[in-house]
Design a protein around this ligand. Structure first.
Ligand SMILES: Cc1ncc(COP(=O)(O)O)c(C=O)c1O
Length: 486
């Protein structure tokens, strides 16, 4: 008897043997009344215990496949054909149509796709991911150990239902938000699992199929997915080197979503004049603004501009902050600052989604900020990033044959080529030479999306890989450019 059993499967061996024999009988490989091998012989044959074989035989007997003949052994049930005929015909398991049960997401926008091997290539200019080797591990571990001490364990591990860790909220209000020019009370802050979670909650609270959202074009794809999945209509608004070009009439818009510190993906900083214009229009034309301040701290020349929220007298700005870029995206911690009634609604929505972000992370972060380690670590990473930014800007200047306005902050560079330049092809070729960059086409709503921009992240790139990596990229770009000229 040819039987293949696999001890690594979760199903016990006797069940596997029982199924193999039942299949063989059903397939007609045994005649009615035919004797099966003795349990001793079969056990030896298959290198099993006799007990395993006996258990399989007993189960098959109970099911009517075999009959036990005293002092002889087990034989195929002579009445089996009749018995099988009485069984209902086996039906194919009906296929569940999950698609129609789940419904359509209403979102056909392209997604940002990142190759899993992106970090192991020699010249990894991965966008939006900081260098986790700069993570302040020792202070973090110190804070986490304290968070597990008798004094803090209740706050770290208890169920908070819909509330946040008061220590973290206090630290945000005292030390983190003032650096962005924001004064907020505790009931105006909600801890999130990153700014994307904040965007999602705000969209749940404020958007539906009747709402219109103005988004930067080009802009942050994930925000568009979130808005679109709420059924909102997206209105693309162009961006130049001073950020979003605020249209004079936004009366029919419900929400404007912006990245004022460093526009995603060009890194342009929204000028003071446009900030004031946007805020004034928000009041007179009755819309709200989402300020996604995902990488505000990273400015390498001059002082960081205060947030839009800092200029907001009317309470119309919903501010999204994150620890993803200053510390690590894997921590999944961020915050929303907005007026009390909106924060209460977001809290209620969050409660039924995830209750609250992990208490241990919140308390650890709160203690780290309290000890001064968070701000020290931001200063340290800004210093390391400034070095990378300088190398990157110099290398791009030397090797990339375009005049590009390079921004004074952010974690990536946006390199737009001539209109007919194909950054998609260049990005693919670059990867074959170990250079990971992104093309910017996914950041556009317009169709066909412009394909002429390369995005180059430098936050997670090894400092010594920057110049040689940009040199390889420049060489590929130049070859594609001369093919265009030919
Ligand atoms: C513009 C922008 N907003 C939000 C996010 C999401 O950040 P978080 O990790 O805090 O959810 C990112 C991440 O890359 C981003 O680039």
């Amino acid at each position: 008897m040819l039987v293949q059993l696999d001890p690594s499967l979760p199903e016990p061996l006797y069940r596997q043997l029982r199924a193999a024999i039942a299949d063989a009988i059903e397939a007609g490989r045994f005649a009615a009344g035919e004797l099966l091998p003795s349990s001793r012989a079969l056990a030896a044959d298959l290198d099993l215990s006799r007990n395993t074989v006996n258990m399989a035989y007993q189960e098959l007997t109970a099911e009517g496949f075999l009959e036990s003949i005293p002092r002889v052994g087990y034989a195929v049930n002579r009445d089996l054909r009749r018995y099988l005929a009485t069984l209902p015909e086996e039906k194919a398991v009906p296929h569940i149509d999950w698609e129609s049960r789940m419904g359509d997401l209403g979102d056909d926008l392209p997604h940002v796709v990142r190759a899993p091997e992106r970090h192991t290539e020699p010249y990894a200019f991965v966008v939006g991911e900081p260098d986790v080797s700069l993570f302040p591990t020792a202070p973090w571990m110190r804070a986490m150990r304290a968070a597990m001490s008798d004094e803090h364990i209740g706050s770290s591990l208890g169920d908070r239902f819909d509330t946040d860790d008061p220590l973290l909220v206090e630290m945000l209000c005292k030390h983190v938000l003032p650096a962005r020019g924001i004064t907020a009370a505790a009931d105006e802050v909600l801890v999130t699992m990153g700014s994307q979670n904040g965007l999602y909650l705000v969209s749940l609270a404020l958007l539906d199929g009747r709402k219109r959202v103005a988004v930067e074009e080009p802009g942050y794809p994930d925000a568009r997915h979130i808005f679109k999945r709420r059924g909102a209509r997206l209105i693309p608004v162009p961006v130049d080197d001073q950020g979003i070009v605020v249209p004079p009439d936004l009366k029919r818009i419900d929400l404007v979503s912006v990245t004022p510190s460093h526009h995603y993906p060009t890194n342009a900083t929204l000028s003071v004049g446009r900030r004031q214009q946007l805020l004034a229009q928000a009041e007179t034309q009755d819309f709200v603004i989402v300020e996604d301040d995902y990488d505000s701290e990273f400015r390498y020349q001059g002082r960081p501009t205060p947030s839009l929220k800092a200029l907001d007298d009317s309470g119309r700005v919903i501010y999204l902050g994150s620890f993803s870029k200053f510390l690590a995206p894997g921590l999944r911690l961020g915050y929303v600052v907005a007026e009390g009634p909106l924060i209460s609604r977001l809290r209620d929505l969050r409660r039924y989604m995830l209750r609250h972000p992990p208490g241990l992370l919140q308390r650890t972060m709160g203690l780290m900020i309290e000890a001064g380690d968070y701000l020290r670590s931001v200063r340290r990473s800004r210093y390391a990033l400034k070095d990378k930014w300088e190398r990157c800007v110099e290398s791009v200047d030397r090797h990339v044959p375009w005049d590009v306005t390079l921004p004074t902050g952010g974690l990536s560079l946006w390199l737009p080529g001539p209109d007919d330049f194909d950054a998609v092809a260049v990005t693919k070729e670059a990867l074959t030479r170990g250079v990971v960059v992104e093309d910017g086409s996914v950041c556009y709503l317009q169709e066909p999306a412009p394909r002429n921009s390369v995005r180059l992240g430098f936050a997670g790139t090894r400092a010594d890989a920057i110049e040689p990596g940009v040199a390889v990229l420049g060489e590929i770009i130049k070859r594609h450019m001369s093919a265009l000229d030919a």
